[in-house]
Design a protein around this ligand. Structure first.
Ligand code: HEM
Length: 566
């Protein structure tokens, strides 16, 4: 049978579709080849149209025939993919929703409301500790898993999710092990104990600015009245604080959000871009597709505009960083890496710290005895002495417990099993499988913590029996991909909590429903976040069409009352 005859019988294109799956697409990663695939298929369809037109002489007939051939081919290809993933795949015996096994789009759809952590919790309750959450993906909720995937001897590598940020290159996103090691070595110098001591004055300056801005609001509010309280939106104020600190750190330049009491437009774009990346990054080819049709995707345009702004900031900052590189003696700085690392710094160091502070203040508002206990511990401590502050056991326990219940990176950090596979609790998992180890759920395992869902800081001090198995406690992750800014973040959080507690008393506002809005708003978009930007920044009409995902949400407010004198 000739080639032309073959594709004209219905079975021909179907068989071609099946063949292209079992011989080509079944192997390797394809998400980064979306542009090549689109180009190839467009050329093939155009060639077919031309051939059909030259045979029939009718454009209508040739479009109908080529449409039918394309449809049959797609049916063969997709049918083969679905049947293979569902019934023949090496992960076929792992439990999980059947649609999740056939396409990762199911996960994007189901977590488009930002509640991925709750979705995984429901799946855990239904299917148990190992769940197939994607064609090549298992979610494992077990205290041993963080160490297996990220421990010092681990051979796991970063999963495809991290490609979502390409072409931006950065330490936190690169999947190339050598590139990562190189970046990590450079960064390690910037986070040495000596370097950190130098940053303390920077943090102090901004912590004092935060306190004085709240004080100003309090004074304004109470002017001419007996009121001694002011309601502030802690979500915003802690975000402004953390971003301003990181702006100084990465660019030697504040975003001045604390000073101005409002969001910097580029930082909003950054947070929006990150949040979208958190959801759509589950299907990396979808992100790449978005980048191809970028003129029509406002989020991509916004992200690009934010990157350009970072480049501009970096130009000002460049000299300092180049010095750091040359000091390392190993290589010349590459601008792309510098830009990516700067964005990484700001993203990794801001959203994380601010969300922990928000939750810490939620807990303080909820439990006045905790507030009193912390106040008693720090009231006579010179908080300008970093070492003294570190010795405050109750304060550290309070932060640890906040990080346990609300880890800022609740479900992300996916890694891929090494080629030989691994055995976890007598279950063999083949090589090349993406493993998700959600900290949000592992930190709440009853087998690891007594009264696991309750906020009890004393489990880290006077009640150690309440921690039964601490292996799964990894808010900062661990190993070579673990958080490089852990000490930086701990210092910031200790400073903010202690300074504000010395000055103010924290309460829910009188008519508030005890902070429940915080949990309604909470979104798992790689990091936990609690606020969408829709009010003054153009409420993107195109985004609203995505099913209310960008709907306006409430924010968590606390009553911060002046109570104690310094
Ligand atoms: C409470 C605060 C923080 C928490 C809970 C936290 C948590 C984490 C986690 C879980 C990761 C691993 C992410 C992954 O697996 O992909 C990570 C990576 C990272 N964090 Fe943090 N982080 C915090 C604050 C900071 C700060 C303040 C900085 C910078 C000053 C920072 C810089 C980084 C960087 C650069 C990475 C990537 C490390 C690498 O790829 O080698 N983080 N962080």
């Amino acid at each position: 049978m000739s080639w032309a005859a073959f594709i004209h019988v219905p079975l021909g294109p179907v068989l071609l579709g099946v063949l292209s799956h079992v011989t080509v697409f079944i192997r390797g990663e394809w998400h980064m080849r979306v542009p090549v695939l689109i180009t190839t298929y467009s050329c093939l369809i155009t060639a077919l149209l031309w051939i059909e037109y030259s045979i029939s002489g009718s454009s209508k007939a040739s479009i109908t025939i080529v449409g039918r051939i394309t449809g049959l081919y797609a049916t063969g290809l997709l049918g083969s993919i679905i049947i293979y993933r569902r019934y023949l795949h090496r992960l076929r015996d792992f439990p999980g929703p059947s649609l999740a096994a056939t396409s990762k789009l199911w996960h994007v759809w189901k977590s488009a409301d930002g509640k991925n952590h709750l979705l995984l919790e429901r799946l855990f309750n239904r299917y148990g500790p190992i769940i197939r959450t994607g064609p090549e993906e298992l979610t494992i909720i077990n205290a041993a898993i963080p160490h297996i995937i990220d421990g010092s001897k681990s051979q796991f590598r970063r999963a495809t999710f991290y490609d979502a940020f390409l072409p931006m290159v950065a330490i936190s996103a690169t999947r190339n092990v050598d590139d990562h090691d190189t970046r990590r070595r450079i960064w390690n110098r910037g986070f040495s104990s000596k370097a950190l001591a130098g940053y303390e004055s920077l943090m102090l300056r901004y912590t004092e600015l935060l306190a004085s801005q709240i004080q100003n609001l309090l004074s304004e509010e109470s002017m001419g009245t007996n009121s001694r309280e002011v309601i502030i939106n802690v979500t915003d104020w802690f975000a402004w604080y953390a971003f301003d600190v990181m702006g100084e750190f990465a660019f030697s330049k504040s975003f001045n959000m604390l000073r101005d009491g409002k969001w910097h437009s580029k930082i909003r774009l950054l947070v929006d871009g990150m949040n979208a990346g958190g959801t759509f990054g589950k299907v990396p080819w979808l992100v790449q597709l978005g980048k191809i049709i970028r003129p029509r995707v406002s989020l991509v345009k916004d992200w690009d505009s934010m990157l350009q702004w970072c480049r501009d900031c970096m130009d000002e900052r460049l000299q300092w960083l180049i010095n750091a590189y040359i000091g390392d003696g190993s290589q010349q700085a590459e601008l792309a890496w510098l830009q990516g690392d700067a964005v990484t710094m700001i993203i990794a160091g801001s959203g994380t710290v601010s969300i922990v502070l928000t939750f810490a203040f939620y807990q303080l508002a909820r439990d006045h005895s905790q507030q009193q206990m912390l106040y008693d511990e720090i009231k006579d401590v010179n908080i300008y002495d970093g070492l003294k502050l570190q010795e405050c056991a109750q304060l550290t326990a309070f932060i640890n417990e906040t990080l346990r219940l609300y880890p800022p990176v609740p479900t992300a950090g996916n890694k891929v099993t090494p080629p030989q596979g691994v055995t976890i609790n007598n279950t063999y998992i083949p090589g090349g499988v993406t493993i998700v180890a959600p900290k949000y759920l592992i930190h709440r395992l009853e087998s690891s913590y007594e009264s696991a869902d309750q906020f009890i800081p004393e489990r880290w001090t006077t009640l150690p029996d309440m921690v039964k198995d601490n292996r799964g406690y990894v808010p900062f992750s661990q190993g070579k991909y673990g958080c490089i800014g852990k000490q930086f973040a701990m210092t910031e959080m200790r400073l903010v909590i202690s300074l504000l507690l010395k000055k103010f008393k924290i309460e829910f506002q009188a008519n508030d429903n005890k902070g429940e809005a915080l949990f309604e708003d909470l979104k798992d978009n790689f990091t936990f976040c609690t606020r969408r930007f829709t009010s003054e920044i153009s409420v993107k009409e195109s985004c609203l069409m995505l099913g209310g995902w960008f709907r306006r949400v409430h924010t968590f407010s606390s009553n911060i009352r002046r109570s104690y004198a310094m």
